[in-house]
Design a protein around this ligand. Structure first.
Ligand code: G6P
Length: 365
């Protein structure tokens, strides 16, 4: 069937807006009506000594977020790599490990080649894909569809958050299998995941405010995104989204790295987008943010109400999101990051769904 924009101006806008629904679908698919996990049979982490996640582009940032989850929720060592490096590096792989390949299309040449490199070197080849009939899905021992539905916009949005959702469910399963989570703790995580669609609807309601911020962001030459913990890879993704469709130079940094280079760029013309839910690392991020403000950087603080109340004084702009379990905040905070990129591209008049020089699926090296 032909995919339509369904009243939206761009596929990207439609796909951003669809996220609460597709994430709810994925959660429904992979959990029981009673709220327990229902992942495919082979998703059993007993005896697995580590996982290596490999992907390109936005999917690689989903892996980067998931590394925090596998380590913190399941105590499972997790490595990440971009496929074009992994495939030629000849990385040693443990026979008790899993290699996990994440790809929206399931056809990215470097990711497929990385999968073929890992074959026979690991206990199991697992893929997390949006296209269940794709090469990567077919060549895996086990493939988990993310159920995002067809994604048309070149800049990935709903596939990213659905990848995160499936990886989060896998991390909870790993926590149970490895005895790191009690049934109650696992249920609490699953409950937080089930809250996400509602929270994302709230975040989508910020679109109008974000469009106003974007009018000013569109004037910038360079933009920095900062985050700590699992919000660091979201900073990388936020910067990628912005550069992909608005052509503004953007970089994501771990907040703690600011002083090791990027702070040299800060002046009154450089917007700095701080992704900082009020979690255990909030105070540290705030002190990094203050270093930016002391150098007249324009800070856009994206936090929850408590965070904005505590640290919002003197910043350029704030965006207030609902409270969310800290671990899964990257799924919720993806929404304003995507909307910022989208509205900035609109303000600049670029081709949102077909940005120059980019392809939806890169099937050549
Ligand atoms: C291209 C797309 C990106 C995507 C990346 C990986 O660069 O423009 O949106 O993240 O490929 O694609 P995959 O299909 O493997 O997730």
């Amino acid at each position: 069937a032909r995919i339509e924009k369904g009243g939206y101006k761009h596929f990207m806008a439609k796909e951003i807006a669809e996220q609460p629904v597709v994430i709810a679908d994925a959660l429904k698919h992979y959990t029981t009506p009673e709220g327990g996990l229902r992942l495919p049979e082979g998703v059993d982490f007993k005896g697995v000594d580590r996982i290596t996640m490999v992907a390109c582009g936005t999917a690689s940032y989903a892996c980067h977020v998931a590394k925090y989850w596998f380590e913190q929720i399941a105590g499972l060592p997790a490595e990440i790599d971009i496929a074009s490096e992994f495939r030629y590096r000849e990385p040693p792989l443990s026979g008790q490990s899993w290699a996990v390949f994440v790809s929206q299309s399931g056809e990215t040449a470097d990711t497929l080649a990385a999968l073929r490199y890992a074959r026979d070197k690991v206990a199991r080849i697992v893929s997390v894909v949006n296209v269940p009939t794709s090469s990567i899905a077919r060549e895996s021992d086990l493939s988990l569809p993310i159920l995002a539905g067809v994604e048309v916009g070149v800049a990935s949005t709903k596939a990213f958050t659905c990848q995160l959702t499936v990886l989060a469910l896998m991390a909870v399963k790993a926590g149970l299998d490895r005895g790191r989570l009690t049934a109650e703790q696992a249920a609490a995580h699953l409950g937080s995941l089930r809250n996400l669609p509602g929270l994302m609807n709230h975040a989508l309601g910020l679109s109008g405010v974000i469009a106003e911020v974007a009018e000013e962001l569109a004037e910038a030459q360079d933009v920095l995104f900062l985050g700590r913990g699992a919000m660091y890879p979201l900073a990388l993704e936020g910067a990628l989204k912005l550069k992909e469709i608005s052509y503004i130079h953007a970089e994501g940094y771990a907040s703690g790295e600011l002083k090791h280079g990027p702070i040299a760029l800060i002046d009154a013309r450089v917007p700095v987008i701080v992704l900082a839910p009020r979690d255990g690392l909030f105070d540290k991020t705030v002190s990094n943010m203050q270093e930016v403000m002391a150098r007249h950087g324009k800070v856009l603080l994206i936090s929850d109400a408590a965070g904005v109340e505590e640290a919002g004084a003197g910043v350029w702009k704030t965006l207030v999101l609902p409270e969310v379990e800290a671990a899964f905040a990257p799924i919720l905070y993806a929404v304003p990051a995507q909307l910022l990129a989208y509205h900035t591209a609109i303000a600049k008049g670029t081709d949102v769904d077909q940005p120059r020089n980019l392809a939806k699926s890169v099937t050549v090296e």
